[in-house]
Design a protein around this ligand. Structure first.
Ligand SMILES: *[C@@H]1O[C@H](CO)[C@@H](O)[C@H](O)[C@H]1NC(C)=O
Ligand SMILES: *[C@@H]1O[C@H](CO)[C@@H](O)[C@H](O)[C@H]1NC(C)=O
Ligand SMILES: *[C@@H]1O[C@H](CO)[C@@H](O)[C@H](O)[C@H]1NC(C)=O
Ligand SMILES: *[C@@H]1O[C@H](CO)[C@@H](O)[C@H](O)[C@H]1NC(C)=O
Ligand SMILES: *[C@@H]1O[C@H](CO)[C@@H](O)[C@H](O)[C@H]1NC(C)=O
Ligand SMILES: *[C@@H]1O[C@H](CO)[C@@H](O)[C@H](O)[C@H]1NC(C)=O
Ligand SMILES: *[C@@H]1O[C@H](CO)[C@@H](O)[C@H](O)[C@H]1NC(C)=O
Ligand SMILES: *[C@@H]1O[C@H](CO)[C@@H](O)[C@H](O)[C@H]1NC(C)=O
Length: 352
């Protein structure tokens, strides 16, 4: 009876003097990395530590059990006891796996008693991952880069090149694939994430392809840089510059056989969800003759250029008309000459 009481007093004395301290009870580890649980333990001076073990809290049949890591096959060759039988109980886990997340406990046994840590180390496991948000923006919007790296300093790469800022106003050229890495471990990149920068059509241009043969086809092609890709609409300016009519849609306006009715100034409009703009070129389709078609590509919509071209056309038309009418005059003169005898005869007849 007395010995039992003595033992109890001895035991309680031992218990009160014992403690286990975890330097960081909530460590975070990246998948594939190594993690160290810094740990120290204390016990009454009279005791001598015989054995130390690390356990993991495992749910079995609805009950939490502490299972020795050495009994868990998934930890084979991955745990390393860094501590000793004095006061250091640090543990390292290498090549951390997702399943390693959970509660860890330390236990030491002296020759007389075993002591389990009351508290635990909770390990969370994260995969190094990059996030760009929002991942679809309009040019000019603010973009933030976020790297899940267990609070370790991280660095960013865009398509393999270092990115300095983790927050910026997205420009068209910022579109691409982003990945992050822990500083000093740049070879282990996260999976890339894409940033899509959308913008309305820029540099809308139109060009004409024409074989030069009579009755052949003419294709007017519109192009632009836009994200998302633009839809195209074709317009024609007719008599007055102010009146435009829609003549088609699609990137290529194909005129299978050019006729007089196709004469006009053409331009295209590129449109996407973010806006629209018109081509700066005016394509002049000028059918002056059934067999002769002129296609003049005017670069730049400047009114001056249009006026100059219009004047040139007027001069060409005028010159052509002048040449035609002088040919007719010659023909008439020729006829007059040929008819002179007849005229004489007539006059003669009239005189008669
Ligand atoms: C315990 O041992 C580890 C590994 O040798 C060492 O890094 C650590 O500083 C020691 N002390 C404590 C209190 O963990
Ligand atoms: C261990 O316990 C002894 C006696 O109780 C105390 O003096 C010492 O500071 C303790 N050490 C640690 C690391 O808790
Ligand atoms: C652990 O290491 C031993 C000795 O190197 C080896 O035989 C064994 O296959 C390893 N186990 C695992 C799961 O890698
Ligand atoms: C215009 O496009 C059509 C259809 O793609 C093609 O058959 C034709 O040869 C093109 N004409 C010119 C002048 O490029
Ligand atoms: C061009 O087309 C017109 C009308 O379809 C036709 O009268 C003419 O013979 C054609 N010319 C050539 C060179 O094919
Ligand atoms: C472009 O055309 C496609 C297919 O015709 C249509 O679904 C889409 O809504 C159009 N986009 C715009 C911005 O008009
Ligand atoms: C349309 O394009 C012209 C020439 O590239 C540009 O100066 C103008 O700002 C654009 N307008 C819009 C609304 O995007
Ligand atoms: C482009 O042309 C269309 C048709 O004439 C017009 O309604 C629109 O306002 C023009 N857009 C720009 C940006 O000039």
């Amino acid at each position: 009876m007395i010995t039992v009481l003595m033992l109890l007093i001895l035991k309680s004395g031992t218990v009160s003097a014992s403690s286990v301290t975890f330097e960081n009870p909530n460590p975070c580890a990246l998948k594939g990395s190594s993690v160290e649980f810094r740990c120290s333990y204390n016990y009454s001076k009279q005791e001598t530590v015989d054995k130390t073990t690390w356990h993991k809290g495992e749910l079995k049949d609805g009950l939490w059990k502490r299972v020795k890591l050495s009994d868990l096959p998934s930890y084979e060759n991955r745990t390393e006891y860094l501590g000793d039988l004095q006061h250091n109980c640090s543990l390292a886990i290498h090549d951390v796996q997702e399943n390693d997340a959970g509660y860890y406990y330390f236990r030491f046994d002296t020759y007389t008693v075993g002591w389990r840590s009351k508290t635990s180390v909770y390990l969370s496991v994260k995969e190094l991952s990059a996030r760009v948000y929002p991942d679809t923006v309009r040019a000019g919007d603010t973009v933030t880069l976020e790297c899940t790296s267990c609070q370790l300093p991280s660095v960013w790469f865009k398509d393999g090149r270092r990115v300095a800022k983790t927050e910026f106003q997205a420009q068209v050229e910022d579109a691409g694939n982003y990945a992050c890495a822990v500083e000093g471990q740049e070879s282990a990149l996260s999976d890339p994430v894409a940033l899509d920068v959308q913008y309305p059509p820029l540099s809308v241009s139109a060009e004409v392809s024409y074989s030069g043969k009579a009755n052949s086809s003419v294709n007017l092609t519109c192009s632009s840089t836009a994200n998302p890709p633009a839809n195209y609409t074709w317009y024609k300016r007719t008599d007055s510059l102010s009146s435009t009519v829609q003549v088609g849609s699609g990137q290529v306006l194909s005129i299978p056989s050019v006729e007089q009715s196709h004469t006009g100034l053409y331009f295209c409009q590129a449109r996407n969800q973010l806006g629209e703009n018109n081509s700066t070129e005016l394509l002049t389709v000028d059918v002056t003759d059934k067999t002769v078609n002129h296609f003049i590509l005017l670069v730049g919509i400047g009114v001056k250029v249009v006026i100059i071209i219009m004047l040139t056309l007027v001069i060409i038309i005028w010159a052509w008309r002048w040449r035609c009418s002088s040919a007719v005059d010659k023909e008439e003169n020729h006829n007059d000459y040929e008819n002179i005898p007849t005229a004489h005869t007539d006059r003669h007849l009239a005189q008669v």
